[in-house]
Design a protein around this ligand. Structure first.
Ligand SMILES: [Mg+2]
Length: 414
């Protein structure tokens, strides 16, 4: 691959790197206590209701994973070493990692405490090919911070992230544009961000177990299985995706909307439905590692009268509780005018990536609160499908049939 010419990336030279620290919290603990080297180490709460926030690779080879109950982890590894989390230290090291990346690459999009996308086009003149830049970053992180990391590279943001996951642990994988489809073909469809167990099951029902098989599925069939994300997934499967940095958020909104066959006339019922929608939207945000500042409530009466009301918060959020408060407040102001509701929708705009959001901290036992509860609910919903869990105040059927309008990729672990 050439190192000169085409420095602007007009051609098909991979220019997006995804750098992801390996078992970040656990690696910091092992670095700071070398006697833990080679042992199944997990970071998390050790109590009866503790959850694994991060697992070292020796722990992972025993089947231990993030978000697993600590009791299960103990069963899998009786010699398990449980280290209580030190969030302040992880945040400090995270800042060091990002600062180090910034000395080589100008365009960085941090997507979590230990992950970032890098646009390396501007760094090529000084630092060489994408492979050389990736190797340099990994070496500097290893030498200066004593930590392992993995890097994936591609002409597509989504593929770069899949490549870094394939490179783990402590590796790198740069996928040439022309070989993208070939690289993805043998991988299970679940490597695609946003293809959770439900979508995976839907794809398997139409015979698509591996990404390569998605290319043989007619787009209309794919759309029935995946909804609005079908086109994006099809582009990924055939190697034509070119989603770059930052575009994840620009001009995007997330939301859910539903029309009912029969009008809703009971205000308590409307309130309950929009509350569930707010939860669903918050879950979409957290899965996509996004935060939003503006919440929009849309209501339509049977005669076609439509009102759209929005509320902008002081701070960005991905909290279901915050979104619920807002939509309920908007509803309270309109309920006299909207005695019959045929359609309701909840949408969020002014999205940002949740940069630096300590996504793993939600699992620590000490910070119990809404973040924990919501993360636990997300995991349960991912595992069992929407509609299996509701808060006490919203018990009843979930808004099934609600249409996702812009579901985004889910985070992974590692
Ligand atoms: Mg990681």
């Amino acid at each position: 691959m050439d190192a000169d010419g085409d420095a602007g990336g007009r051609g098909e030279i991979p220019w997006i790197l995804h750098l992801d620290m390996d078992a970040f919290f656990a690696s910091i603990e092992v670095r700071d206590d070398p006697s833990l080297q080679g042992l199944p180490v997990v970071v998390g709460g050790g109590g009866s209701r503790g959850v694994v926030a991060a697992a070292s690779y020796p722990a992972r080879t025993r089947g231990i994973r993030s978000a697993m109950p600590m009791a299960t982890a103990r069963r899998l590894a009786p010699d398990l070493v449980i280290v209580p989390p030190r969030m302040d230290e992880y945040r400090r090291v995270s800042a060091q990692v990002m600062e180090l990346l910034g000395t080589v690459v100008a365009d960085i999009e941090q997507i979590s405490v230990d992950e970032a996308f890098l646009d390396v086009r501007g760094a090529r003149r000084l630092f060489g090919t994408p492979e050389e830049i990736a190797a340099l970053l990994r070496r500097q992180i290893r030498e200066q911070l004593g930590l392992p990391s993995s890097v994936g590279g591609s002409v597509s943001r989504a593929v770069a992230k899949i490549a870094s996951a394939q490179a783990k642990p402590d590796g790198m994988l740069i996928v040439p544009a022309a070989r993208t489809a070939e690289f993805l073909a043998p991988l299970p469809v679940s490597v695609i961000s946003g293809i959770g167990p439900k979508a995976q099951a839907a794809l398997e029902r139409i015979g698509a177990h591996r990404v390569g098989q998605l290319r043989d599925v007619p787009v209309t069939t794919l759309a029935r299985a995946l909804g609005p994300r079908a086109a994006e997934v099809a582009r990924l499967a055939d190697g034509s995706d070119r989603t770059g940095l930052g575009r994840l958020v620009k001009d995007r909104s997330l939301g859910t909307e539903r029309t009912w066959d029969e009008d809703l006339t009971d205000p308590a019922e409307v309130r309950r439905r929009i509350t569930l929608m707010a939860d669903d939207v918050a879950r979409q945000l957290r899965r996509s590692r996004l935060v939003a500042r503006t919440v929009v409530l849309k209501l339509r009466s049977p005669d076609g009268t439509t009102i759209t009301r929005s509320s902008t918060l002081d701070h960005h959020t991905a909290s279901g509780e915050r979104l619920r408060e807002q939509v309920v407040a908007l509803w309270e102001r309109e309920r006299e005018r909207m005695r019959r509701v045929r359609l309701a929708g909840v949408r969020v705009t002014h999205l940002e990536t949740a940069a630096g959001m300590p996504v793993q901290s939600e699992l620590t036992a000490r910070s119990a609160g809404w973040a924990d509860l919501e993360a636990a609910m997300d995991r349960a919903v991912d595992r069992f499908g929407a509609g299996t869990l509701s808060r006490g105040s919203t018990l009843g059927p979930a808004p099934d049939g609600a249409q996702r309008t812009a579901a985004r990729p889910a985070p992974d672990e590692g």
